[in-house]
Design a protein around this ligand. Structure first.
Ligand code: NAP
Length: 541
């Protein structure tokens, strides 16, 4: 088996540490990947940009940040001891607790000794002759490895719209995904929040409580549904711990990796009264049940979707006192569930507060950020703080911002210019031994992430057992997978909706499905079948 000790070699430009594998990112995927590769006896180095571990749960520390997945389903499933030791305090756990959890995991499994923090990867270049990747950090530090596993996350490259004058603002400004470690004091301040995606929706009601005044700049309203969070009781805790094996078995088979299961009945064939009662029942439940336990055809049939969408609009109208504001908050330009549903707590009620103003930037577009605040086509607003909840250059962004060069010096960024090109979302042709370890499915993050990490680990084990040193997909397999991703998305309402799923939130980004739009269970099956057939669709040498 492998020599788990890194080697150091001298080169013309200084010494280079050599590992069996380099993992980029110490988030949910990266931490587990490190654990699994260590078990195989590989020498591994993890490079993490942050000053701490946790990825998403390190960076997104804005007030209100929390799971939209049930806590017990989001935690790692691979250590019974961990499952029994860890007590989730809330049904939808908040960022501080989630960060603590991942730090607890890192300590429990002694992961930190292989993680180098404050280490942003600048480039990864494949040396064909040596079949090694050379990874260089922003600091200039260089390392080599046979395998590179990019566990960079799907939502880690922040998006800041290029507003004119953005640097001229004299107050404080923050992007939610780069929130400071120290508390940001908003008391007595005039605050702007730009963006009403899942982040803005979690953040705004909390800002509304603390700030002197909050102005929310909305471009597209979302169908937000009540989270209905609560504390986990001792009895519930006992039940989680007793039922973990059964629960994990189940969430590996559902469409999106949750306990919720779609109802196979056709929406409009269910009598109206019964349908209405079912909607109310779903609405009263916590979490994503109103989306993922709804009638399945709301994801494929626009009439079915509209029936539920109108139900949601009426829920919004009932909660917002000013009918003009309510109408602005009620989405009409896209179907329910075509974007990830923001789960909220007192979001709509915040607009009933005297200190909260909603500005529709479709009516009055943002023209510039000014030294004093923000100017729309109608007026200038003065602020002490501007918060950008403007999202991410999803999926491709975290990879294309690293200068990755494969065979014949081919640029990864250029190869992915028209959208992601992979086989099984695991690898891309021309970049051997580079694995993409981020959950690409529309799924409860950890559930699918674990599967991917295990697939990659099993693949590397297989290669070592068979004395194989190089793996990359065949061009045919890649082409067929790209087509399959596109076809799967076309069958759903996701395809024609503008969202980060389609890269449509970034001006100039090529429109393409970025996630696997089929069911997570199907994705799992596809990956497992390829592996069972000796990594069918890959060339192993
Ligand atoms: P997002 O969904 O992309 O929302 C970004 C917001 O910024 C949108 O309202 C967008 O408007 C607005 N925006 C962007 N550019 C703008 C511009 N030039 N002018 C005005 N408004 C602009 O990003 P996000 O809210 O950070 O959420 C991204 C994903 O992260 C979610 O879908 C979810 O998967 C994940 N997330 C999960 C949780 C959780 O509960 N666990 C919490 C937060 C985020 P348009 O819609 O018009 O583009």
């Amino acid at each position: 088996m492998a020599n788990a000790v890194p080697q150091t070699s001298a080169t013309d430009t200084g010494s280079v540490d050599t590992f069996d594998a380099i993992i980029i990112g110490a988030g949910v995927c990266g931490l587990y990947q490190l654990y699994r590769l260590r078990q195989l006896g590989l020498s591994v180095r993890v490079f993490e940009d942050g000053e701490g571990i946790g990825g998403t749960w390190y960076w997104n520390r804005y007030p209100g940040c929390r799971f939209d997945s049930e806590s017990e389903t989001y935690g790692y499933s691979w250590s019974e001891e961990l499952l029994q030791e860890w007590n989730w305090k809330e049904h939808f756990s908040g960022q501080p607790e989630n960060e603590r959890y991942l730090n607890y995991v890192a300590d429990k499994f002694d992961l930190r000794r292989d993680i180098q923090l404050k280490s942003r990867v600048k480039s990864a270049v494949y040396d064909e002759k040596a079949n090694r990747w050379e990874v260089e950090l922003e600091s200039g530090q260089r390392t080599r490895a046979q395998y590179v596993i990019a566990a960079v996350g799907v939502l880690s490259a922040r998006y800041l719209p290029p507003f004119a004058g953005i640097d001229s603002f004299r107050g404080e400004s923050y992007h939610t995904s780069r929130w400071p470690q120290e508390k940001v004091n908003l008391a007595g301040k005039r605050v702007a929040v730009i963006g009403t995606g899942a982040t803005g929706v979690q953040l705004s009601p909390i800002v509304a409580k603390e700030a002197k005044h909050l102005t929310v700049f909305q471009r597209t309203p979302n169908y937000c549904a009540p989270l209905r969070n609560s504390l986990v009781t001792e009895e519930e805790q006992r039940q989680f711990k007793a039922n973990y094996p059964e629960m994990h078995k189940k969430i590996r088979t559902t469409a999106a990796g949750f306990m919720h299961e779609f109802d196979p009945r056709k929406t409009l064939q269910v009598p109206q009264e019964e349908r209405r009662a079912r909607y109310e029942e779903l609405w009263s439940q916590p979490g994503f049940s109103k989306w993922l336990a709804n009638f399945q055809d709301i994801m494929t049939d626009s009439d079915a979707n509209e029936d539920f969408a109108e139900f949601v609009r009426n829920k919004i109208r009932a909660r917002v006192k000013d009918p003009v504001v309510a109408e602005k908050l009620a989405p009409k330009d896209h179907p329910f569930g075509a974007k990830r549903i923001p789960l909220e707590t007192h979001y709509y009620e915040a607009y009933n507060q005297d200190n909260v103003l909603l500005v529709d930037v479709r009516e009055t577009p943002i023209e510039a950020i000014t030294p004093k605040g923000l100017k729309t086509s109608k007026q200038e607003y003065e602020f002490d703080v501007i918060i950008y909840a403007t999202g991410f250059d999803a999926v491709t962004g975290p990879l294309t911002q690293i200068d990755i060069r494969g065979e014949n010096g081919q640029s990864f960024k250029e190869k992915w210019a028209e959208g992601p090109r992979t086989y099984l979302c695991m690898q891309t042709v021309g970049f051997p031994n580079l694995f993409l370890a981020s959950n690409p499915a529309l799924c409860n993050y950890t559930v699918c992430a674990e599967m991917i990490v295990e697939w990659i680990s099993d693949c590397i084990r297989y290669m070592r057992e068979k004395n194989l040193t190089r793996i990359a997909p065949t061009p045919q397999a890649e082409e067929a997978w790209v087509q399959h991703m596109d076809d799967s998305a076309k069958r759903t309402i996701l395809y024609n909706t503008n969202s980060w799923f389609m890269g449509a939130n970034i001006p100039g980004k090529k429109r393409a499905i970025l996630l696997y739009a089929g069911s997570a269970a199907t994705y799992r099956k596809e990956c497992q079948e390829a592996a069972a057939k000796g990594y069918d669709g890959f060339v192993l040498q």
